[in-house]
Design a protein around this ligand. Structure first.
Ligand code: NAP
Length: 274
């Protein structure tokens, strides 16, 4: 569990991403494994699921699959994303967020994020108002590239959002320089995307057995090594690996337990990646 600085609320440190695996439409055969994934996720006490109107039908699939009991537990992190909106960003954003809530069957979203900083000033005006009105609990911004860090940094300094979401992994450590320390300093909660580099990290270790020293910090798989590497940074609140497979979900949840690698062990992980 990690603390959300803005409120003190505790959040399970392993969440779930929906880009890719949850974009399955109405196909029942493709939805069935996702039900199992959600069941394992909530049974373990996890709650945060990240989605977006950018991910085709992922919001609709999630809204259809969440049981009433899961709806009561879930911490929904969705987004507003209005590329090419011209001067109509504010109105288009409102309409899109209302649609997301209807698709998700979730009338009060826990976290609404401005996706990739698109039309950020316009949407932040709405989000501040919606937060005051109790329509959302927290507001945030996201990106997924290191080239966005200067913009994220100036936005954190200017606006102090509740949450910031960005990319960080054992292979991409740029965030350690300024972004992660700034979030810790300003009391901004951090969601981490692409902790597996969209799955590419597994290709880099496919011929390498899990090193025996990973057991020292309770990791039994490469996925747990990669997730524990990210969680070992004290500024990180929650990491949101995407999966549509029950086996991988259980594997990822395992990274939420036990010790975390220290500085020496983290250096060893980075070296093992080659
Ligand atoms: N701008 C933004 O706001 C932004 C940008 C990027 C991502 N995100 C969010 O962050 C989430 C995660 O990022 P991501 O989807 O780019 O990629 P990721 O989490 O780095 O990697 C996902 C890939 O890893 C595989 N995987 C997951 N667990 C595994 C395990 N235990 N063992 C082996 N393979 C495993 C998945 O395949 P299987 O399905 O086969 O398990 C999937 O192909 C997204 O889904 C989205 O919610 C947001």
């Amino acid at each position: 569990m990690r603390r959300i600085p803005a409120s003190g609320e505790m959040l399970p440190a392993i969440g779930l991403g929906t880009s890719g695996p949850f974009e399955v439409g109405a196909d029942e055969a493709a939805r069935a494994p996702l039900r199992e994934v959600l069941q394992a996720f909530f049974a373990a006490g996890a709650t945060l699921i990240d989605t977006s109107p950018m991910y085709s039908n992922a919001e609709a699939v999630l809204g259809a699959l969440l049981s009433p009991d899961q709806q009561a537990k879930v911490f929904v992190a969705t987004k507003v994303w209005t590329p090419g909106s011209g001067g109509a960003a504010e109105q288009k954003g409102v309409e899109q967020m209302q649609r997301s809530m209807a698709l998700l069957k979730h009338q009060r979203v826990e976290l609404m994020q401005v996706h990739n900083l698109v039309d950020v000033e316009a949407h932040l005006r709405t989000l501040r108002r919606w937060k005051t009105e109790g329509r959302i609990k927290y507001l945030g911004v996201t990106h997924y590239t290191t080239s966005s860090y200067p913009d994220l940094i100036s936005l954190i300094e200017r606006e102090k959002p509740d949450f910031v979401q960005f990319n960080y992994s054992v292979a991409t450590r740029e965030a350690e320089k300024r972004l992660l320390p700034l979030c810790a300093d300003r009391g901004v909660a951090v969601l981490i995307n692409r902790a597996f580099e969209d799955g590419n990290l597994f290709a880099r270790v496919q011929d390498k057995p899990v090193p025996p020293w990973a057991a020292e910090f309770g990791a039994n798989s490469w996925a747990q090594i990669f997730l524990k590497f990210v969680l070992a940074h004290p500024a990180v609140t929650c990491v949101i690996p995407a999966t549509g497979k029950i086996r991988n979900m259980l594997d990822n949840l395992g990274a939420g337990y036990g010790p975390l690698p220290d500085a020496k062990q983290r250096a060893r992980i980075a070296a093992a990646l080659g």
